[in-house]
Write a protein that binds this ligand. Structure first.
Ligand code: ATP
Ligand code: MG
Ligand code: FE
Length: 336
């Protein structure tokens, strides 16, 4: 089965072609990062317009790279939420038009399910059940993946997402957008024990997260340094902040696996690209005999291959959409 997948939920225009759900024939990502950089974040209207300009080209490149044409496609998968409504509509309209014109099934995919599915592409024999930590620009979820497309949410953030916290602190440190990769890089040279920022664990048995207190603590630290005219060692702030985030993410993920009786923890989402997180979780996993898996860097941040993989399993399970499918900006995980 050949799947064409389209993703346009945020600031990347993406198309990919997969064979039998787990084999990538092409995976094209056209990022708008440079366009949004000067605004310090994604401007929704600008993103939608750029998607419109790009989408046909990106889809055609995906076909070209796979050396296929439209008539070879069996299924179309597309992100219909969560994300920016105007951005989502561009990919969704294209997918619906193609589904209608080619007379092939359309599968609407939840973007967050896509992030999880990135792992199925990389790890050919990975199968549910497992615990998944999803850490992205807009989400932080700890989830029990019980089967393909079957999820139970154990916990989620009560305020900022992990990636959002990285981006906000990076902005306060004048590192630019997106901040996650920059903090990651600086953390390697900074002293993670330089500043003792708070680790917010919430209630004893809660798998929820909260990053707004940590964010305030870092901002207060920076302000007080500035007031006193004291030097700010940017790499130490970055490393100490990152360590505070990672401690909580890693502890809760391992605890979730142990409490729920799983021997696998899988990472997903843009922040899964963080080298410190991959390392720390792997170390702690070893300690408790828990297998840690994560996608390659190219499949951590937004891409259409992950959407194609999720679409493939939905298709196998008979979960196809009709042409009334609409964009759902605040679509929840496990909601269809
Ligand atoms: P969502 O998936 O929740 O809708 P999104 O699609 O915008 O949001 P992703 O593309 O999954 O988010 O991830 C982008 C986020 O990942 C950004 O917040 C970025 O700073 C963060 N990120 C990327 N690389 C790293 C890294 N190496 N370390 C930490 N954070 C990172
Ligand atoms: Mg993005
Ligand atoms: Fe994403």
């Amino acid at each position: 089965i050949i799947t064409l997948a389209i993703e346009s939920s945020c600031d990347e225009t993406c198309a990919a072609i997969l064979k039998n759900g787990r084999e990538i024939l092409s995976n094209v990502v056209s990022t708008q990062i440079d366009l949004h950089k000067k605004f310090g974040g994604v401007v929704p209207e600008v993103a939608s317009r750029k998607h419109i300009e790009n989408i046909e080209l990106v889809i055609q490149s995906a076909l070209d790279e796979a050396k296929l044409s439209f008539k070879d496609i069996d299924v179309i998968g597309v992100t219909y939420g969560p994300g920016l409504v105007g951005a989502l509509l561009v990919g969704l309209s294209s997918a619906k038009a193609l589904s209608f014109a080619l007379d092939i099934p359309l599968v609407g995919v939840n973007h967050i399910e896509g992030h999880i599915a990135a792992n199925f592409i990389e790890h050919k024999d990975l199968e549910p059940p497992f615990v998944c930590l999803i850490v992205s620009g807009g989400h932080t979820h700890l989830v029990e993946v019980k089967g393909y497309g079957e999820y139970e949410i154990l916990g989620k953030t009560r305020d900022d997402a992990a990636g959002e916290a990285f981006d906000k602190i990076a902005r306060a440190l004048n590192l630019g957008y997106p901040g996650g990769p920059k903090i990651d890089k600086l953390s390697k040279i900074g002293n993670k024990k330089a500043i003792d920022f708070p680790r917010i664990y919430l209630e004893e048995d809660s798998f929820d997260f909260s990053f707004s207190g940590l964010k305030s603590a870092v901002l207060n630290y920076l302000n007080s340094k500035k007031m006193k005219n004291e030097e700010i060692v940017v790499e130490d702030v970055a490393a100490s902040f990152q360590e505070a985030v990672l401690d909580v993410l890693v502890d809760k993920s391992i605890k979730a696996a142990r409490v729920k009786g799983y021997d696998k923890v899988v990472l997903a989402g843009g922040v899964a690209a963080n080298s410190g997180l991959r390392e720390k979780l792997s170390e702690k996993g070893k300690e408790y005999n828990i297998d840690i898996k994560y996608p390659p860097l190219s499949l951590c941040t937004d891409n259409a291959a992950m959407i194609g993989c999720a679409a493939y399993y939905d298709y196998l399970n008979g979960k196809v959409s009709d042409l009334y499918l609409n964009a759902v900006p605040n679509l929840k995980l496990g909601q269809k």
